[in-house]
Structures are given as structure tokens and as C-alpha cells.
Write a protein that binds this ligand. Structure first.
Ligand SMILES: Cc1cc2nc3c(=O)[nH]c(=O)nc-3n(C[C@H](O)[C@H](O)[C@H](O)COP(=O)(O)O)c2cc1C
Length: 308
């Protein structure tokens, strides 16, 4: 395996990472789940499962189903809640030279603000707002699909949180660019894109003329969404000046390079962790190998060439 040098160092508008490879929220737990498979400290950063103010038990029905080119999940934001997170998960995250980002979920602006405030008080360096959550005050319209709600949310969080603020955009909108511009105007430091696409799977079986169906509806992720994600990153790179973190169907170093070419400054790997728990670390090594093999000085030079 290649030796990791500082050639991959990534400066996201002040947030300095060892490299641009992160793990995506909800696909990597809180770190301790993966310690047995890889040296987590080799990653650029890990993003935690979404944390809400109170613990959530999540959905009861089928939560995950495999599709032809990915998976559909309907976890329902199960998580331990901020209090337990601080008690049990944060001490593990704070060890071993690991860079981490806390993914935050809420159902009102006040909830997001409260969590952000707690993160600030506990010295959490970076948070990512999951804005694909229903806003109970607007009849459950997601925060992330409405420019005005999104602007108000990000502005309110910005006032209470002085660390690095990332807003994770949903692709289930007409213009992701307008939402990103609202986020930038409200003071976010970076955007990440994309969250899952809305989808359903119907499994049908027929015995003696009797049909039975299993329907799973939720967020579609994995390699099938890569073109949607690449398209979103390309449009975002023309719409905003803040760094873009590309997410969606990343499995290979070629995928990472395509995202960098589209305008991403860093990437997150999600669904691929389920089949290959060591994939993110492998991509760090392979990205460095790609840079060395092709004679680039460092990641910045590679990015420059890719965007000519
Ligand atoms: C099982 C599962 C749970 C997820 N949970 C969260 C979450 O809690 N917060 C969030 O912002 N995104 C969550 N996501 C979305 C991913 O972080 C990522 O944006 C999406 O899956 C696309 O990347 P991928 O194709 O590499 O998986 C989840 C995805 C999966 C598959």
C-alpha cells in the first residue's frame, strides 16, 4: 500500500483535512463500528449518523432493500440523541487523531439551533445539517426544498455555531442551485450534495394466481445515483463560491476523480461501505497512487488539470 503523505491535504475554506475522502452520514455509524476493519485516522473525516435533540427509534417496517444499482433505506433517523451522543460517542470520536463531522437533524429551526449550540459548547469543529427533514411548522414540507425555510434555518444556526458549517442538499428539488445560493447567503461554509433520491421498490410474487407485494419507499442511494450527483455538483460549482462536497454512488477512485472534475473539493462515500467496509481507506491510497503515477505534485494540481 502507498504511504500517505501530505499531498492529499484538502483545505475546505479553513477546514483542513488530511485528504478529501470522507464517509457519508448514516453509513458509518459513529466510528467505533469500523475500527476493526480499517485505521479510521487515515480518512479525511467521518460524518456521524444524524443526531437529533431527543433519541429516535426509527421506522418499524422494512428499513433497507437492495435494488439493481444501489439500495433504498427508510431508517427514520434512528439515533441516540444529543445527550447520549456526548456521553458515549463523542469520547470515542475524540481519540486517535480522527477528524469528524456531526450530522444534525431536527424538525424545527429551534431544534437545529439547540443542537448546534450544544455542538459549539462541546468544541465540535464541524457540523453538517441534514435538511431533508420535515419541518413540522410548515406542515412537514422538508426544510431543504424551500429556499426561504432553508435560508432562515441556516441563518439561525450560523448565529449560534462558530465552527465549520456544512449544509447537505437534497436532489429532490427543481433547482438545487437556488437552494445552494440561499445557503451561501445565510453564511454556510460549504455545501454537500447529494442526499438520497426519493424512490420505491415493489417486489411481487405470484403463487397460483395470487399476487403478493412488498413495497419499500425511502431514500435511493448507491451507484445508480452517481449521474444525478455529478450533474448536481457541476451545476453547484457554477452557482456558488463555497466548497462543494460531492456524494452519490462513489465506489472507485475513478468516481472520486470524476467528482473532483465536476467541481467537488472533497467527497463522501456512503452505500459502498456496506459491501466494502474498507472502501474509504482504499480510495485514499488509490487517490495518492493516481497522483504519483501521473506525476502531479499534489491534489490541488490534479484538481487544476481536471478543471481546465
Ligand atoms: C442507510 C443510510 C442511512 C443514511 N442516513 C443519513 C443520515 O442520517 N443523515 C444524512 O444526512 N444522510 C443520510 N444518508 C444519506 C447518505 O449520507 C448519502 O448522502 C447518500 O446515501 C448518497 O451517497 P451514496 O450513494 O454514496 O450512498 C443515509 C444513507 C443510507 C444508505
Amino acid at each position: 500500500m502507498a504511504v500517505i503523505t501530505n499531498k492529499l491535504q484538502t483545505n475546505l475554506n479553513g477546514l483542513i483535512l488530511k485528504n478529501p475522502i470522507m464517509t457519508a452520514s448514516g453509513t458509518y455509524g459513529y466510528n467505533n463500528e469500523y475500527n476493526d476493519f480499517i485505521d479510521v485516522s487515515t480518512l479525511g473525516a467521518i460524518v456521524t449518523k444524524a443526531i437529533s435533540l431527543n433519541p429516535r427509534v426509527g421506522n418499524k417496517h422494512i428499513r433497507i432493500t437492495e435494488t439493481q444499482a444501489g439500495m433504498i433505506n427508510s431508517i427514520g433517523l434512528e439515533n441516540v440523541g444529543i445527550e447520549k451522543f456526548l456521553e458515549e460517542k463523542l469520547p470515542v470520536l475524540k481519540t486517535d487523531n480522527i477528524e469528524f463531522i456531526v450530522n444534525v437533524a431536527g424538525s424545527t429551526i429551534e431544534e437545529y439551533v439547540q443542537i448546534a449550540k450544544i455542538c459549539n459548547e462541546n468544541g465540535i469543529k464541524a457540523i453538517e445539517l441534514n435538511v431533508s427533514c420535515p419541518n413540522v411548522k410548515t406542515g412537514c414540507l422538508e426544510f431543504g426544498v424551500d429556499e426561504n425555510s432553508l435560508y432562515e434555518l441556516v441563518k439561525a444556526v450560523r448565529q449560534e455555531y462558530s465552527g465549520f458549517l456544512i449544509v447537505k442538499l437534497t436532489p429532490n428539488v427543481t433547482s438545487i442551485e437556488k437552494l445552494a445560493q440561499a445557503v451561501q447567503k445565510a453564511g454556510a461554509d460549504a455545501v454537500s450534495a447529494i442526499n438520497t433520491l426519493k424512490g420505491s421498490q415493489i417486489k411481487i410474487s405470484c403463487v397460483n394466481g395470487k399476487i403478493s407485494k412488498t413495497i419499500v419507499t425511502g431514500g435511493y442511494s448507491g451507484k445508480g445515483i452517481k449521474p444525478v450527483a455529478i450533474g448536481a455538483v457541476m451545476r453547484l460549482s457554477k452557482a456558488v463560491d463555497i466548497p462543494i462536497i460531492g456524494i452519490g454512488g462513489i465506489e472507485t477512485v475513478e468516481d472520486v476523480i470524476e467528482f473532483l472534475s465536476a467541481g467537488a473539493d472533497a467527497v463522501q462515500v456512503g452505500t459502498a461501505n456496506f459491501t466494502h467496509p474498507d472502501i474509504a481507506q482504499k480510495l485514499v491510497f488509490e487517490l495518492e497512487e493516481y497522483i504519483n503515477k501521473n506525476g502531479f505534485k499534489d491534489l490541488d494540481e490534479l484538481k487544476k488539470e481536471l478543471r481546465k
